[in-house]
Design a protein around this ligand. Sequence first.
Ligand code: AVJ
Length: 316
Amino acid sequence: MLEKVNLHSRQHEQFRADVIEGLSASRKMLPCRWLYDDRGSELFEQITKLPEYYPTRTETGILKARAEEIAAFCGERAVVIEYGAGAGVKTEILLGALTNPALYMPLDIAGDFLAASAARIEGRFPYLEIRPLVADFTDDFELPADLPKLPPRVGFFPGSTIGNLAPLDAADFLRRVRGHVGKDGRAVIGVDLKKDLSVLLRAYDDGAGVTAEFNKNLLRRINRELDGNFDLEGFAHEARWNARNSAVEMHLVSLRRQSATACGRRFSFALGETIHTENSRKYSLEAFRRLAERAGWRVEQVWTDPDRLFAVIGLC
Ligand code: AVJ
């Protein structure tokens, strides 16, 4: 319990520090991890069901259609380490297809969330050993020393969350996974592919306005948790393509000259000035292969959908 309280106050301090730093910068930005409070996670769930948001549906379709091949790639008695425990259905498809998986270890920073998703998996796979681990997978950390060494270890990272990371961080992440699974280990990574811009931008600016709500919820969170007074009507959601970074960016655009306070400080906005709230990088298969190779991996398998919207990539 004490640990939980400490974790909460550490998170709160980090949020505060990120808001002060990010909103004081000449180009205002906030790390996208803060989008996911309870309301934000619920809104993201809704996004995954929108007609315009193709990634979740497409990746789930690939995992279902290619489950046997993916399971064969992972090998028998696999130890599955999942980076982030939010993938529910996708995890169930993979675990359900594997032959005698030895262990499932979901990693997440949110302890409550982790416990809930571990309990759900346990209900579905009563004979599978499950060991949730509270960890921030964007930081270096060691796996417990008593994990089975013999069976193949597989790092699972669906959802194209790797697209949120800048290339150097993505390479660090893939190197860390290599360290965790060892030289004979494997990884199965979900990667959103580069495609027609109108398709991409619609996926991040849907007609029902759910993504706009998701983005603006960050201001709501600042108001609630950091004693802010942002006027939500004074900002608009915008999805932009950044060609240089091959990324869809989310911004909150100030609709007038205004200022707002939070954390006991005042932040001023010019008309049209933005807060950059997320990067979602889109890879070509070639660019992802280069990234993987820089991080000590070889692309062994590429499973994709007929329209090549999304790829599930098997690394070894
Ligand atoms: C959860 C990071 C994969 O980048 O597509 C969805 C988040 N942002 N709509 C993505 C998101 C806006 C999503 N990821």
